[in-house]
Design a protein around this ligand. Structure first.
Ligand SMILES: [Zn+2]
Ligand SMILES: [Zn+2]
Length: 183
């Protein structure tokens, strides 16, 4: 859904949208399990830059919710993750960064972004907001045992025999020492 600056100038826009999985590219970190829901309000805000220049920003307020699946950082099994986020964003035309302090409207709460050309794609905004809402790392459970570094088996599901094999020589060496001490 494209938020066109010229159309928004004519009338603000209320939106309520659903995006099927794969419409919004969340990269390899997250998989979307159900339609992502987003609703909100978009409008143009004018900022005065100096005495003569008027800058047209797009202000976007809304919320989103999504059912995602992330990957456990230890065992790589899928971990369900609900994401809910309210956002309040102000997009300035790309290139207005210089003299940012001189701009008249300063929305203390709004995050500032930039749009290029005619406007901005709602999907891009949502993608960024979802990624910002994700935790850096998830584990399927607090005491996830992870994968065996040798054979790759999921140690939550089965015990492999690698650890025993690793310990064997050490035990053998210890026994050897003990037997020498005893004799
Ligand atoms: Zn895990
Ligand atoms: Zn193993």
């Amino acid at each position: 859904m494209f938020l066109d600056i010229e159309e928004l100038e004519l009338h603000p826009l209320d939106f309520e949208e659903e995006f099927q999985p794969d419409v919004i590219d969340l990269g390899s970190e997250a998989r979307q399990k159900a339609p992502l829901k987003a609703s909100g309000h978009a409008e143009v805000v004018e900022e005065h830059h100096g005495k003569h220049e008027v800058i047209k920003d797009i202000r976007l307020r809304g919320r989103l919710s999504a059912s995602l699946e992330l990957q456990c950082a230890r065992c790589l099994e899928p971990v369900p993750q609900q994401v809910k986020r309210d956002f309040e964003l102000l997009y300035r035309p790309l290139g207005t960064d210089a003299g940012r302090d001189e701009l008249s409207v300063t929305d203390a709460e709004a995050e500032i972004g930039y749009y290029q050309g005619e406007g901005l794609l709602l999907e891009d905004v949502l993608r960024e907001q979802v990624l910002l809402a994700l935790p850096l790392k998830v584990t399927c459970k607090e005491d996830c045992k992870g994968l065996c570094p040798q054979c790759g088996k999921n140690l939550n599901q089965e015990q492999c025999s690698c650890s025993a094999a690793v310990e064997d020589p050490r035990w053998a060496a210890l026994k050897d020492v003990r037997s020498r001490l005893e004799h």
